[in-house]
Design a protein around this ligand. Sequence first.
Ligand code: ADP
Ligand code: MG
Length: 655
Amino acid sequence: MTLLEIKHLNKSYMLAGKEKVPVLSNVNVKFESGEFVSILGESGSGKSTLMNIIGGMDSDYEGDVMVQGKTLREMKEIEIDAYRKDKIGFIFQSFNLIPHLSVLENVMIAMQMTDNSKKERTQRAKEILTEVGLKDHMMKRPNQLSGGQKQRVAIARALSNDPKIILADEPTGALDQETSEQILGILDSIAKKGVLIITVTHSQRVANFGSRIVLVEDGCIKEDQFLKERNMSVKETTEKKGKNLSFASSFKMAMNNMTLNAKRNILVATGGAIGILSVILMLSLGSGVTGYINDQINSSLNPLLVDVVKTADKGEVKRQEGPPMPELASEPFTEQDISMISGIKNVDRIEKVTTITGKSKVVFNGKNKELSALGTVTDSIKADNVEAGTLPNENQVLLTASFAKSLSSEETYKSLVGKTVNLYINEMDERNQPVTIETQWVVSGIYDQEDMGPMSGAGVYVSYSTLENAYSQQNLVLQPKQINAYATSQDDVEGIKEAVDKSGFKSSPIASIMEQVTTYVKMASWLLSGIAGISLLVSGIMILVVLNISVVERTREIGILRAIGARKKDIRRIFFSESALLGLLSGTIAVAVAWVISLVLNNILFNTFGVELIQLTPVYMLFGIGVSTLISVVAGVIPSSKAAKLDPMESLRYE
Ligand code: ADP
Ligand code: MG
C-alpha cells in the first residue's frame, strides 16, 4: 500500500475575506517509505502549505490526502491529533524547541503521549539523542546549544514517536553548509531505516542530497525526479496506539512554566493576594470585634435575663439622651402581674427589682448624705466587682465606692465595711401622708463603681427583701418597678420576650440594643470585606491579563505541542492548571501574610488594651485560598480556551 498519496489537491487562501488566491493547484503525487524527498521551489511557491496539509495541520483544501489508504479529510479532529502524534514527525527551520525544557525533556515531551513507562521513555530519548550526536548535551537548555545542535534536538524529537513520515520545512535554512550536510546525513540515515522523509528547500544543493526531487512552481508540480534507488531496507514498524498527554504531564508543564516565569508569577500572585488578604483581615476583625462585644455583654448581662417593665401607655419606653432608663417610665407591678410573669413558660425564676430615687439619705458618724438613688441587688451586681467586703445579706447594704468616699474619705472609705449606717426613706402612705422609714443596716462591702450593673445609678444597694421588710414595718407595700425573669435556657429567651410583650408588659430594650450593636458590627465588617472584595475583582482581571499575555508569548510553544499531537484539551489543561496554581499561590501568600499581620496586631492590641481583636480562623484561611483559586480559575477560562483554539499552523508561521 502506498504510504502517502496526494490526489487532485487544490488550495487557495482568501485574502482579506474576498479575493481568492490559489496556492496549490492539482497536485498529484505518491510517496513511499524510505524515500528522502526534497520539495524544491522558490519562496512563496506553496511548499510550506503542502507540508502543513500533509501534516494534518491544515484541513482547508480540495482533493485528497491519503495515508496508508486512509483519507485525512474523513478523520475527526481527535483522529487527526492522533495521526500527527503517531505517524508524523515535524522538523522546523527555526527548530521550535520549548525554551524552558531541557534537551532531554524536549525530546520526551512528544513521548509523554505514549504508553511507555517513564523509564522506557527516558531510555529511548537518550538513545535517540545519542544517535544524533547529543549524548553530552542532554541536560542543557536549547539556548545553550548551537544551531546545528538545536536542529539535532528537533530531529530527535521528531523521531521520538517512531513516525512513518518526517516533515522537515527548510531544516537547514538556518545552518551553515557544513552543519547542513551533517543534518542531511542524519536525515538520510533515518530514511534508510524506512521512514519517509519529506524536506522542503529552495536550494538545489540541498535538494540534491535526497533520493528524489519534486520541483514545485506556482503551486504546481513541474518535475518529479528520482535521483537514487530509494532505500529498500523498509522495516515494518508495529502499529502503536498512542496515549494522550496525561493530566499529570499537563500539570507538570504548567508547573514548569510557573517556575520559568517565577518572578512575574510571584508578583502577580502577590498583587492578587492583597485583595484576599484585606478580605480575610476584615472578616477576622469583624468576628473578633463581635466576639469581644458579645463577651462584654455576657459578662455584664446574663444572657438568660429578660427584664420586664410595665409602662403606662404600653407603648414605646421613652428614652432620653444616654443609656436607656426604662424604670423611669415604668409603673409598679402588682402581685398578680408578678405571678403572671413567673408563670410564663420556661421562666426559671424571677427577681423583683426597684430603685428608690431621690427620697433617701444616709447618716453615718454625724455625716448626712442625700442618696440620689437606692437600688436593689440583682444578678448583675457581681461579687467580682466588690472591692472590699461581700455582697449584702439581710439587713446589710452595699455602698458604691464613690458614695462610700463621700460618706468617709478617699483614704478611709474601705473601713466602712462592718460599720452600721442609718438610712432614711421618705415615702407617702395610702392616705398620702409622709412617712419616714428608718433603718439601721450594716455595710457589707464596697462596690467598684466603674463596673456597675448596666441600668443603675444608685449609690447604695440592698436586697429586695430587706427593703420590703423595712417598708412593711411602716405598713407600706413595696412594689417592684421591674421584674427580671430568667429563662431556663438561652433558646427560651425569645419565646419569653414574646410572651411578655403579649401580656402587655415590655421587655427591656437593653439586650436587643446590644444585639443590634453586634448586628451593626457584623454588617460593617461584611461591608468592609465587600469593599476589599473589589480588589479581588482587580486581581482577577490582573490574572486574566497575565494569562492572556502568556498565551500570546507562548503561541509558538502551543503550536509545537499541537504539531506533535497534543489535543486542544491538553493545551487548555496546561493553561487551566497554571491559572489554578496562580490562584493557589496567591491565596497562600494572602493567608500567610494575614496570619503574620494578625499575630503582630493582636500582640499590639493585647499589650495596649488587653484584648485580641483579630480572629483569623482556619475557616477564613480556607475561604481565602478557595476564593483566590476560584477567581483565578474563572479568570483563566478565557485565556485557556483562547490558547486551545490557536491554529497550530498559524502559531508556527511567524518566525
Ligand atoms: P513557501 O513555503 O513555498 O515559501 P508558502 O506555502 O508558505 O510558500 O506560501 C505560499 C503562498 O501562500 C505565499 O504567497 C504566501 O504568501 C501565501 N500564504 C501562506 N499562508 C497564508 C495565509 N495564512 N493566508 C494567506 N496567504 C498565505
Ligand atoms: Mg515556507
